[in-house]
Design a protein around this ligand. Sequence first.
Ligand SMILES: NC(=O)c1ccc[n+]([C@@H]2O[C@H](COP(=O)([O-])OP(=O)(O)OC[C@H]3O[C@@H](n4cnc5c(N)ncnc54)[C@H](O)[C@@H]3O)[C@@H](O)[C@H]2O)c1
Length: 348
Amino acid sequence: MRKFRVGAIGTGGIFRGPHVTGWKALPEVEVVAVCDANSDAAKAAAELTGAQHVFTDYRDLVKLDLDAVDICTPNRVHTPAVLAALETGKHVLCEKPLAVTTREVRRMGELADRKKLVLMTAQHQRFTSSALAIKEWAAAGHLGEVYHARVRAMRRAWLPARPSFIDHSLAGGGPCMDIGVHALDACLWIMGFPKPVRVTGVAKVNFAKGHKIPGMWGEWDRKLFSVEDFAAGFVHFDNGATMTLEAAWIGHQVENEDMSFQLFGMEGGVKWPSGEFASVVGGTFTHGTLTYPRRIERPHSEEIQAFYEAVMNHKPSPVPWTETIKVIAILEAVYESQKRGREIVLKI
Ligand SMILES: NC(=O)c1ccc[n+]([C@@H]2O[C@H](COP(=O)([O-])OP(=O)(O)OC[C@H]3O[C@@H](n4cnc5c(N)ncnc54)[C@H](O)[C@@H]3O)[C@@H](O)[C@H]2O)c1
């Protein structure tokens, strides 16, 4: 029987780790082609996956007979690679952020829609036990209408030292696009993706140009560093809800990483990822911790399985571009607000 044929573009850390594990967990799937601009990375991925086709140019990979393409390049290479894959009729799973501008997200999304192809952003935090437990609890009415959210993706010194993260021409953004995108996407997903309408933000470099805080992932090139190391934003939604957003790779805080959100609803409040909730039932204060019946060890594998099942069963994308565009609109507006020194009115 013919297996589901996957090609991978960008075979660095995230592909050779969690993505290979995810694809290998699906017996009906084979990774038949791999591509990386760095031939050693491509060869290493071929050894791991058994892929018989090895390329350094993705335009060669997309010419093959494939069902889907998995894109794990640096952020700024996502858009051209996604467009090339969609143009040649492949379903696409693409790492976060799908793109660093709403213009690019829309271009990819509309092309996928026209061609009736699944385009999924790899937001694996939605597939964690804690996010799923909160989603179910909120869907059962325990959260009620959300009037405020706090989103944090704050690290003490885990600054990814590689050029693909710190060089603006490759990354298109710093912690906002790297880790802020995770907590923000998961939070908006629980909120039901209200439409963001106004954003104020700052995006700065506080420590990454100097040597005051040592990096836990080693030294980075201070001259090449051209993204923010800290950002904060304030968001208004069309339903009146508000949100604060903070993202940093480096700064003085006790926690190595605080990747979290807190939601304040009219029926209850909840924290992710702890699952702690609070409300008042019949006049009595109540609180506790939500748990999910299934312990999910590998959320990336769940995400890959959800993509595969959507394609096979002709279902909508599990993380559609129409949701991703709201995430990217907020992050893009944080940068724009820093540049212009004023609040940004969104038009998406
Ligand atoms: N979801 C997650 O948990 C998670 C974690 C880490 C990274 N990511 C995302 O995955 C992507 C890749 O991150 P990474 O950590 O694997 O980075 P990485 O630097 O380890 O790997 C990126 C690879 O892409 C290759 N590449 C660069 N330009 C290319 C091109 N034009 N064609 C083909 N290959 C090209 C590089 O040679 C490199 O091997 C980023 O978008 C990042 O945001 C997601």
